[in-house]
Design a protein around this ligand. Sequence first.
Ligand code: ADP
Ligand code: ADP
Length: 225
Amino acid sequence: MSVLKITEVSKLFGATRAVDSFSLTVEDGELVCLLGPSGSGKSTLLRMVGGFAQPTAGSISIDGEEIIHLPPEKRPTGMVFQSHALWTHMNVFKNLAFGLKLRKLPKDEIDRKVEEVLELVGLSGYGGRLTHQLSGGQQQRVALARSLVLEPKILLLDEPFASLDQHLRERLREEVRDIQQRLKITTLFVTHGQDEALALADRIVVMRDGKTEQVGRPDIVYREP
Ligand code: ADP
Ligand code: ADP
């Protein structure tokens, strides 16, 4: 069953066609990597799916609902950025509980959900730490947890590990794949790294100049750059 339907979406910034009549359908539980060089429109597309930017033309729907018609708190997406944008004055627990408090969940339920998600990302017992006391990899795990705790329908990841070193990047990649499969959460992952896309994706969409250049299973899409 398809969850996300992007139909002939374009985004113009002045004369720049960041996204150019782009279409894609994503199935429930699928992990799709958007792969392409810098400036190919990946982030702009992801931001539109997240409801952070409006398409100039076209339609984006999740479970049949147009994303631009939904108020921010009803958007069924969770986004993780390259720079984690955690709240540094709050500890890990508070970072994760914040969105749940806005939803007015009872305290014991918030505690339970935060504990569960911390375990999922391998950070049990880190609730009391201030985020600036954590390593870069741990901070990105918290950023991921902060999205997941709200149980989004679709997880959106924009080069989440780009600022980490190669070794850590590969480890976190495995962790994300593992978590994604356990939760069976539909995921769009933006990267300019071919190895990252190959390691992660059920399907790769290669973007260039805001358009789809190629789309298919990793073993079909793969070729030398
Ligand atoms: P990618 O994520 O693949 O690097 P982007 O989506 O960031 O690509 O950018 C696609 C194109 O749109 C680039 O030419 C970029 O400069 C342009 N662009 C992105 N955001 C804006 C913006 N807010 N204002 C003007 N141009 C933008
Ligand atoms: P990414 O690393 O995801 O490709 P960029 O570094 O291109 O993103 O852009 C970071 C921010 O700057 C985004 O909010 C984007 O919309 C904006 N931006 C990108 N290109 C331009 C541009 N040419 N003019 C104005 N804003 C831009």
